[in-house]
Design a protein around this ligand. Structure first.
Ligand code: SF4
Ligand code: SF4
Length: 286
């Protein structure tokens, strides 16, 4: 049995100040940080103990996790567990990546996002270079806003071909055919992001072989369907896993629609579903 878990604890603060983000420069009070740390410790213990399942974990904090020692420590610890196939996190890559020297590079991976205006391209590229030296798998992404285009092109030109650069369609932004082609020249898979996917009543791996878990262990099929289906810590998650159809009209976020069965994206991203690296990149996607 294989199960992918998207974990999101209470943490909602970030060191960056992106104009398109509700968590920009938010500060969490000490008691919330303590709660986040305790919740992550509980989750990490659960992963370690649940060795009858092959587990893959993606941390999807509201804010930035890697500036907190407990996320770095959890990733190192989980990366060395024999029943864990992947442990990845969404990050702005602000924290120095040297801690990854302690992690198993066969298991650990990063989903990184470049935020122009928050960090220089040079500094971001230096972080990417360090990840390459460490042999850590990572993708790099940008939000496809018109004001990011020049930086996105420069980033793509500076990154080695082996590094996949994804582009997320910006929330509430419409792309005409020319704009879509412009961004597709940078990310050949941009077409999956540019329009929401109709998902109502369509079969989805979410709730069957992928789930969303929050700090208190509540299990949902994904981050986008609010109804709980069980809890991690009372064992009820096991009986909850079953083939399911999506109850939402649309699914417009990669961490969701990558599991929508009719799209077949688990094949497109085979081996890199959680960290968003396409299979056979770059050869199969030219
Ligand atoms: S780095 Fe991410 S979490 Fe932080 S402000 Fe920017 S978009 Fe928000
Ligand atoms: S299609 Fe998207 S919203 Fe619907 S269940 Fe799957 S991941 Fe969740």
């Amino acid at each position: 049995m294989n199960l992918s878990i998207l974990y999101r604890g209470p943490l909602a603060s970030c060191n960056y100040d992106c104009p398109y983000c509700p968590f920009a420069k938010r500060h969490d009070p000490p008691e919330l940080l303590r709660a986040d740390r305790a919740a992550l410790a509980r989750f990490t213990d659960w992963v370690e103990a649940t060795d009858d399942v092959r587990l893959s974990v993606l941390f999807t904090p509201w804010g930035e996790g890697l500036t907190r020692s407990w996320y770095r420590d959890a990733m190192v610890r989980l990366s060395h567990l024999a029943h864990v196939d992947r442990v990845a996190i969404q990050t702005n890559l602000a924290a120095r990546p040297d801690w990854l020297v302690e992690a198993d590079p066969a298991t650990v991976a990063l989903w990184t996002t470049y935020h122009p205006g928050q960090v220089t391209r040079e500094r971001f590229l230096a972080r990417c270079e360090r990840l390459r030296e460490l042999g850590v798998r990572f993708s790099v992404g940008v939000v496809g806003l018109p004001e990011h285009l020049a930086e996105a092109r420069a980033l793509r030109a500076a990154l080695p071909d082996e590094v996949y650069l994804w582009v997320n369609a910006a929330d509430g932004h419409r792309y005409d055919a020319e704009q879509e082609a412009t961004w597709t020249a940078l990310d050949p898979l941009f077409g999956y992001s540019v329009r929401p996917h109709l998902s109502l009543d369509r079969p989805c791996h979410a709730g069957e072989t992928a789930v969303s878990v929050n700090g208190d262990g509540t299990v949902r099929r994904c981050h986008f369907v609010a109804a709980p289906i069980g809890n991690l810590y009372d064992g009820s998650w096991r009986a909850a896993l079953m083939p399911r159809a999506c109850p939402n009209a649309v699914c417009d976020c990669h961490i969701g629609y990558v599991h929508l069965k009719p799209l077949g994206l688990r094949q497109v991203f085979a081996g890199g579903v959680l960290e968003r690296i396409p299979a056979g990149w770059p050869e199969r996607h030219r």
